[in-house]
Design a protein around this ligand. Sequence first.
Ligand SMILES: Cc1ncc(CN)c(N)n1
Length: 231
Amino acid sequence: MSSFSAELRAGAADVWEAQHSHPFVRGIGDGTLALDRFRHYVRQDYVYLVDYGRLLALACARAPELETMRRFAELTQAILVTEMDLHRSFAADWGVPAADLESERATPTTRAYGDFLLRTAALGDFAELVAALLPCMWGYAEVGERLAAAGPPEPDPARPYARWIATYADPEFQALAAWCRELMDRLGAACDDAGRARLRAVFAESSRHELAFWDAAWRLEPAARDQRSLG
Ligand SMILES: Cc1ncc(CN)c(N)n1
């Protein structure tokens, strides 16, 4: 019998395959992505990760057991420190201070994804919160793993995509994503059919936001005019 997370993944398979074949993802993999698109992505992803960090902190607060709280506290740290250090290091290489990343204004796509995550955390139950956060961890683990397996591009200071791939293919990141899947499996098993249908819908919606995020970076989507930075 397949796991509940595998069932969620199968239900959103078309969206996940569209991510793998998106020109932005392919361009990271073969090293051909134009740097302006990658820089746009890094700036917006920094804004996104601030909201994602908030989501993980809310998951920590709402977790039903101490061990799950502890794991979410670790995961929050991994995102706000380790993953965001990657973005800060790219920015530093481009002469952009971290303060500039923090004052970046969200595009409509970044804002929509962050709003969806935080709305789900505020109004959904704990299992829905986990279904919302899963495509982020699992999707990047899968992209990193596939691109690393295909043979990453040669290290190139002008196009630092090999470093990006190595971060998400790293066994530590893979293990964090695997823990999120196992948690989803346990929560899915404890739900009734109606609850599992809600989790499928949340996971599918979150997966669509992931695809839209690649696409917004590819299109160099401009920031929404009325956005505040960091919130
Ligand atoms: C949009 C997005 N999704 C997922 C990840 C991986 N944490 C990320 N950095 N950005």
